[in-house]
Design a protein around this ligand. Sequence first.
Ligand code: FAD
Length: 561
Amino acid sequence: MSFQRIVVSDDFSVSTQVEIADIDALADAGVKSLICNRPDGEGSDQPTVRELRDAAEAKGIEVFYLPVVSGKISKSDVADFAAALEKMSAPVHAFCRTGTRSLTLWSLDQREKGVSTEQLLAKASALGYDLQQALGVPAADSKAASADHFDILIVGGGAAGISVASSLMARTQDLSIAIVDPAEVHYYQPGWTMVGGGIFRQEDTVKTMASLIPEGVRWIKAAVGEFEPENNRVLLEDRHPINYDRLIVAPGLKLNWHGVEGLVETLGRNGVTSNYRYDLAPYTWKLVSGLRRGRAVFTQPPMPIKCAGAPQKAMYLSGDHWKRSGVLKDVDIAFYNAGAVLFGVKEYVPALMEYVELYGADLNFGHRLTRIDGESRTAWFERKDEDGNASEVSTAFDMIHVCPPQTAPDFVRQSPLADDAGWVDVDQNTLRHKRYENIWSLGDVMNAPNAKTAAAARMQAPIVANNLLNDLGSARGISHYNGYGSCPLTVERGKIVLAEFGYGGKLLPSFPSWLINGQRPSRMAWFLKEKILPPVYWKAMLRGHEWMVNPERSPADSADV
Ligand code: FAD
């Protein structure tokens, strides 16, 4: 993960994601200006541009935010980039997730200024980038003619992507399979609630991607920018094509930090935190363990979100800490939820309400966080009454835990694979795309109405693997997804209300009620979350062992397919 500045000219350089720790190296190299070409929230560990700006400005580096969408760089993006280069002091350094978008913008501007395409391609190639597609070189002249081709291509190497690759490899070794993912590391996100509660160590929730890609599966370390389902191919950010016979789409979802005005300006300071980011979960614990009195606010955006219980889990673990340290009476806890209920499956609500009362939390439903000002420690909400009339209310806070609004990633929303809301449009039973027969999807990105959780992905991976292989004629029968998802609600340190349910809120407990009664706080469920589920994730789910998975099967039947 070492930072590498790629020098393009005397005045310009590019790189992959810049971290706070890299600012010193940029300053030492004499960089005067920094351009950020990826949107905030594209990855769950990226510092926001505001955080980078703080660190950069302290070193005298000016920062400009010009996010562009992979594969969709417009003329006005290039003009804005050129104007920024003109205005900013040189040398300028630009970055995005891989550096491709930044180098593409620069190259397109250079071409406007008269540099030939051949020269720009040669330069990019010498720097390790292939910009043929990005610069619009006709397919016949480019690598497209000899593009990579795989029997199965998987977009995204997160909980869903690695699991389904392993499930495929557990069933057959005869197919060429590739995973496309630009990330150096893979996160165990369910652990972040525990990091924010002071229970897990942050470093135990991350491993290198290289260590998790299953043997025999090729890792293409790049980001997909566009889907071309009619041509059975995807285009990488540099527009390099990858062809496939069958595609599995699993790039997760986008955390829309910019969906709350002022949030990126204050996230990570002024008492504003979120367990939804790897680097901020420890800040949650710092705030919680440091608070002796005052007002603590926890927010939940409109559905769908990943791990719908995580916003309130943060509240319960915090309340438990304040109770144990004897300061609960001096801490005023408030939960602001854009939705109308505490939890979507009513059977779990009574147990949760006992903890709401125990911690004296004030519940506010129909309140959507719209604006936040860290300096004055104030948050504003849009409140909707029963008739749908909206008004604005505000509250002060000493600390606030924000769960950001969430959408499908931009490159999915703008693709032919999306439904009207932007999510990948699948049959909720087979997880096969509704319009493209050779495409399946799983994990947070698709539109089946299940709880978006790693537990759901654990169940979905063997189903997708089986159904895809059935389509190839090498598996018998179709597996059916019943919508299983699980949310271990950490109501206190040592006890969990283990919500497990499927489509329509049907309860789907994994254990007999004498062992774990999901509707009651349980020590055994805590033991499961703390000691059992992490190894189940790293050693079973991501390795294709398929523990705690038992999908329904029906015999091979073309009507099912
Ligand atoms: P992710 O795991 O997010 O992976 C997406 C992958 O796609 C990433 O590797 C990313 O780099 C890659 N990608 C993105 N864009 C591109 C692109 N353009 N091209 C190629 N690759 C791309 N789940 C539970 O089961 N239990 C819990 O207790 C729980 N608690 C949670 C608490 C928190 C605070 C959070 C944030 C999540 C929690 N979850 C929990 C949810 C769970 O982590 C997610 O549902 C799960 O990770 C979804 O898997 P995924 O593979 O769809 O997405």
